[in-house]
Design a protein around this ligand. Structure first.
Ligand code: 13P
Ligand code: SF4
Length: 303
């Protein structure tokens, strides 16, 4: 631990705060988190917090979910620039238009959406349970927002439903190109290829498995294999090395989420010192967004 990390741990005690962090955080930020996980795990964890304050080291929609599920707590996002561009690809007005064109069709929202958009939808999902959630619905057509690649991934496993996809995508995951994975595989032929379902279909075809970030970690820990090519954000490798020491991980160089990287140790310290930046949502938005989020949590995860 360096001096700044020590300072943060002391401030955290003084303020009775807990630090939740996503698996893509910078490694020095991961090391001061009380809990690290994927979007699903972080939502579950947010419901269990006893501390007065949650400092959320992730992107905007994740901090919002923590607030929605635990509205009486103060939730802080250390850097307001930490915003998911895919979540910004769908807004309430656009979604209402899509719904009007497809009356009666239920809407599944990937958690990578704003609280206001969630409130317009029937049930949320994460990459840890998207197939399970879509399968659980009795309807023949499903509107799925905003990630078209995750929607296409679900469609592979749910053949009896028609997925009406929003045209959103993750800029970081669409930059993980098949050629880059093939090159890594030619250098490391024994490595298993694990990717995130936000990747494009050609990349998913090439991979051995597609999982949420926590699903990738679980797979690596339990696998007898020793080498892995990781087709998701490269900071994941820090946690993978900790959870599975002795195993080898090869990342695609371009796979950096600049938005997740916005949060630094300095931001976290300042956030605790000044109680900034508070996630503020109206009671109405919270009440509406809570319904699809809680339905998702009741369904559990699939990976
Ligand atoms: P996970 O829920 O799998 O951690 O993914 C979140 C995310 O934003 C992936 O880009
Ligand atoms: Fe959003 Fe993609 Fe970054 Fe995940 S990796 S937070 S989906 S931009």
């Amino acid at each position: 631990m360096n001096a700044l990390q020590e300072e943060i741990l002391q401030l955290k005690k003084d303020k009775n705060a807990v630090i939740l962090g996503h698996n893509y955080q910078r490694k020095e930020v991961q090391d001061i988190c009380d809990f690290l996980g994927d979007s699903y795990g972080l939502s579950v964890q947010a419901t269990k917090v006893e501390a007065d304050m949650i400092v959320f080291c992730g992107v905007d929609f994740m901090a919002e979910s923590a607030k929605i599920l635990n509205p009486q707590k103060t939730v802080l996002l250390p850097n307001l620039k930490s915003m998911c561009p895919m979540a910004a690809m769908v807004d309430v007005e656009g979604l209402r238009g899509f719904k009007a064109e497809n009356p009666g069709v239920p809407v599944v929202s990937y958690v990578n959406t704003s609280a206001a958009v969630k409130g317009e939808t029937d049930i949320c999902c994460t990459s840890a349970n998207a197939v399970k959630i879509v399968r659980s619905l009795p309807d023949e057509k499903i509107i799925f927002v905003p990630d078209s690649n995750l929607g296409l991934y679900v469609q592979r496993y749910v053949k009896d439903k028609e997925m009406l996809l929003w045209a959103g995508y993750c800029p970081t995951h669409v930059d993980i190109h098949l050629d880059a994975l093939k090159e890594l595989k030619s250098t490391h032929p024994d490595a298993e290829v694990l990717v995130h379902p936000e990747c494009t279909p050609d990349v998913i075809d090439f991979a051995d498995f597609a999982y949420s970030t926590e699903g990738i970690i679980r797979h690596v820990v339990s696998s007898p294999r020793k080498e892995f090519i990781i087709g998701t954000e490269a900071n994941m490798n820090h946690r993978l090395r900790k959870e599975a020491p002795g195993k080898m991980f090869y990342a695609v160089d371009a796979a950096i989420c600049p938005n997740m990287r916005e949060i630094t140790l300095e931001n976290v310290r300042d956030s605790l010192l000044r109680s900034q930046h508070k996630v503020e949502l109206s009671d109405e938005v919270i009440a509406k967004a809570r319904v699809p989020l809680e339905r998702m949590l009741e369904a559990g995860r699939q990976d």
